[in-house]
Ligand binder design. Structure first.
Ligand SMILES: C[S@@+](CC[C@H](N)C(=O)[O-])C[C@H]1O[C@@H](n2cnc3c(N)ncnc32)[C@H](O)[C@@H]1O
Length: 294
């Protein structure tokens, strides 16, 4: 059973401003309510929307489905996937089950826009859906609601997700979905943007991200370099990030995977698997998970 201690959570999600970079990645800053970026009905901020590349004209929902199935098969056949499955199965053992009701993915990127990072998103989505399948196979219920949130989704992405019964959430709805029954996946979300999710995900049985260690280090460096010129409010954001990243690492086993599937490093990810403190065999489990770290 997941531990039940409840931590105080912010009533309002932190306010953020997403600034588009020329390389297609985004930078996010905290902002006051006065200058918060305006959003349209789909949750896209104005700067994000202006810089989105066009949809790949060759893609259709059917082609995206075919590509998804092809990539998922390639992933399932990989050695990397075998290790992921082994780690997830070790976590529960033969007699236990996951108790996951929601699988929440943020920061996938668009699966249909015409730029070089598109295929990374396709790989990450196939990975995510497979992880959900692995968990579902040893879960208390078959019924796991799968949700995705990404301000860059095109209508074609949305149509594609609908065919797979995947619900599209509008930013920041995903934050409220994180609890003790949520599997969470944030593939390479900008570290400042991930802070609220780390805080909200401390009870998640499975939290997958680039690295909480990296979030800690980036926040620590930002705090040190910002000491002389940044506001106390901004420095507090960095401190919060450090606290949240440390808490995630303390409450979960940390299993790092290097992407050896040639999927463009898109699956260089760290799994955070909730520790179950009341278990007697906790040390054995920790050792066995450590052995499987690749
Ligand atoms: C660095 S890109 C990573 C894209 C892709 N996952 C990859 O690895 O190439 C970060 C993504 O996070 C998305 N993002 C930023 N804030 C977000 C939020 N609050 N919810 C969901 N996605 C967000 C951006 O739109 C962007 O697509």
């Amino acid at each position: 059973m997941p531990h039940t201690s409840r931590r105080p959570r912010p009533r309002q999600p932190p306010k953020r401003k997403i600034l588009e970079q020329t390389d297609g990645w985004s930078r996010v800053e905290y902002t006051s309510s006065q200058n918060r970026a305006q959003k349209d009905a789909h949750g896209n901020t104005a700067p994000l929307k202006m810089h989105l590349p066009a949809r790949d004209p060759d893609l259709t929902v059917d082609k995206m489905r075919e590509e998804h199935e092809r990539v998922k098969k390639k992933w399932i056949a990989s050695d990397h996937r075998r290790k992921v499955k082994e780690v997830l199965e070790k976590r529960i053992g033969p007699e236990k089950k996951w108790d996951v009701r929601k699988a929440v993915c943020v920061a996938l990127g668009s699966l249909c826009v015409n730029w070089h990072t598109r295929i990374r998103s396709v790989y990450q989505f196939a990975f995510f859906m497979d992880v959900v399948d692995i968990v579902r196979a040893s879960n208390t219920s078959n019924d796991i609601q799968v949700c995705v949130q990404e301000p860059r989704f095109d209508q074609l992405d949305r149509d594609f997700f609908e065919t797979l019964n995947v619900k599209v959430l509008e930013d920041p709805a995903a934050e409220a979905e994180l609890d003790a029954t949520s599997l969470f996946f944030a593939p390479h979300l900008e570290w400042v943007s991930e802070i609220p999710y780390v805080k909200a995900g401390l009870d998640s049985p499975l939290y997958i991200t680039a690295s909480a260690k990296w979030i800690y280090e980036r926040a620590e460096r930002a705090k040190e370099t910002g000491q002389d010129h940044e506001s106390p409010e901004q420095l507090k954001v960095y401190e919060d990030a450090m606290t949240a990243a440390s808490a995630l690492r303390a409450s979960h086993y940390e299993v790092e995977f290097d992407d050896n599937t040639r999927m463009e490093d898109s699956l260089d990810l760290t799994f955070y698997i909730l520790k179950e403190r009341e278990e007697e065999d906790i040390d054995d489990l920790a050792a066995s998970v450590e052995e499987l770290t690749v």
